[in-house]
Design a protein around this ligand. Structure first.
Ligand SMILES: C[S@@+](CC[C@H](N)C(=O)[O-])C[C@H]1O[C@@H](n2cnc3c(N)ncnc32)[C@H](O)[C@@H]1O
Length: 241
């Protein structure tokens, strides 16, 4: 199948835009391809936005555990995380964001899916919580000031293509206060390692990715909270350099 247009340059099958350096065209694969039921090349933000909108609007959300992740609850209950400002990329239905906001944290959450943000907005309004919600791409629309005590993310790094991970880590380190911490729940290795979303990480991959901008990187094994018989997850805690 050819994805070439009349001008012979491949274009995104979702927005019709060209491949550019910081937004290359990638082949639709894995979960995204299944959700969109399409083949071809597309920009990562276009595919993530549309595939997640489909998933949230259909209620077909395989990763959702309907509760805050137990590893996060443990960090808060043991006071390893003390109330402060948190940026959460990719909150999805927002169990973690709601939990943090209910426990004295000031949360800013950004998701590329407008469906997810709309569902989360209704939820926080119903609960009377104050959470700043943004629809956007974590790689382009995240805050830029050094204003957060924590970045908390669950299962977002694993959705980003390899070429964009370093940019993500740089961006996240740059919005932490000098003693701020990155806390992530990240998909561990499976056999075979998938080459498309959701990607999987070894401990070495996580250390290599984070070590330029973070120090004291702690990696511990945790349950994913769902299909844990099949996949391994890591809790990663790292201090900004
Ligand atoms: C696997 S889900 C995890 C959701 C939630 N953290 C959880 O664990 O239930 C990934 C989330 O990241 C969002 N997402 C994917 N790519 C994104 C991007 N480039 N910028 C912002 N959000 C993104 C998706 O819409 C989705 O809500």
């Amino acid at each position: 199948m050819s994805f070439l247009t009349a001008d012979k340059e491949p274009r995104c099958i979702l927005c019709n835009g060209l491949s550019i350096n910081d937004n290359p065209l990638l082949e639709l694969r894995g979960w995204i391809r299944a959700m969109l039921e399409r083949d071809g090349l597309a920009h990562h933000p276009c595919m993530a936005r549309m595939a997640n909108d489909v998933a949230f609007s259909k209620g077909d959300i395989p990763w959702d555990i309907s509760q805050p992740h137990p590893a996060l609850v443990n960090l808060v209950e043991t006071k390893r995380m003390a109330p402060g400002r948190v940026f959460e990329p990719g909150p999805g239905l927002g169990h973690d964001a709601v939990y943090l906001a209910s426990n004295g944290f000031r949360v800013t959450a950004l998701d590329i899916s407008k469906e997810a943000v709309s569902m989360l907005r209704k939820r926080v309004e119903k609960l009377g919580l104050d959470v700043d919600l943004i629809v956007g791409d974590v790689l382009r629309d995240s805050p830029t000031e050094e204003e957060f005590d924590y970045i908390f993310e669950r299962s977002v790094l694993q959705t980003l293509p390899p070429s964009q991970r370093a940019h993500y880590v740089l961006g996240m380190s740059g919005i932490l206060k000098p003693k701020g911490e990155y806390i992530g729940i990240i998909r561990g290795p499976r056999t075979p390692m998938p080459e498309s979303q959701p990607y999987a990480f070894t401990r070495n991959m996580i250390e290599q990715l984070l070590s330029t901008h973070f120090r004291n990187i702690e990696i511990t094994r945790v349950a994913s909270g769902f299909n844990s018989g099949q996949s391994e997850y890591f809790l990663v805690i790292a201090c900004r350099r």
